[in-house]
Design a protein around this ligand. Sequence first.
Ligand code: SIN
Length: 305
Amino acid sequence: MPNTSVMLSGIELSNPLIPASGTFGFGHEFTGLYDINVLGSIALKGTTREPRIGNPLPRIAECESGMINSVGLQNPGVHAVIDEELPKLAQVFHKPAIANISGFSVEDYAYCAALFDNDPRIGWLEINVSCPNVSHGGMSFGTDPASAAAVTRAVRAVAKKPVFIKLTPNVTDIASIARACADAGADGISLINTLLGMRIDLKKRAPVIANKMGGFSGRAILPVALRMVWQVYEAVDIPIIGMGGVSCAEDVIEMMLAGATAVQVGAENLVNPWACPQIIAALPGAMAKYGIDNLSDITGGAHHG
Ligand code: SIN
């Protein structure tokens, strides 16, 4: 039987599959569909210091092979996540989860990180410096190496748990941003978040999305994600959680060969809520087809010097 387990910063995952933040709520919402303990872990909905109602509607636009969202970090705030959402998740999920943290200042990130770092239900912190849907903070921290490093340092100073920095693809030099985060103490890099995009409503002659632009995700972005995971793997020596357009077991293997240690599935959960368990079930067959005994052996396996 092929071995699907991987190690992510010292914590074993039974398989590398993790639903991506923003596509899986706080996890417990999916328990009516399947036993979520089949998942490697869960990246929780992006959380901010204060509750947020998010951006005005409409904030979703459908596209060929993908979608655009401009949710705007709607969430109940870090205290409600810890006091209300995590206890519900703990009743049904018996593995460490990933806290995904967004902020509007360096202090915001550190504040939420310190709280999640103290929570035994959280295994890793994923620091989102890549949300394209807010007018300040978010992606603006992730498009400049010095700002990304400043957030990383502030979180590192308050956290003992592994810190992954989630990067935006909306940059010209992803390697320099990843290197700045690694030098500032990041334990790993998550990428890619969504690509800034838009649609126009022909009848209204106006943008479909109230906020005009949003983040494009879905199957169409897989090649961009693979390219960036590849570049970051060549630039840093810390683990990568790869994501962007993953929809099948073969995509997981491809992402790992490019350099990922674990793999998140995002928009595909919105198309097919059973996508993650279906991909997990298909992994052993795909591994056998490509002669892989241990999935953990293939990370970066397409780099040949
Ligand atoms: C959102 O809530 O706007 C999406 C989060 C993100 O893209 O980081």
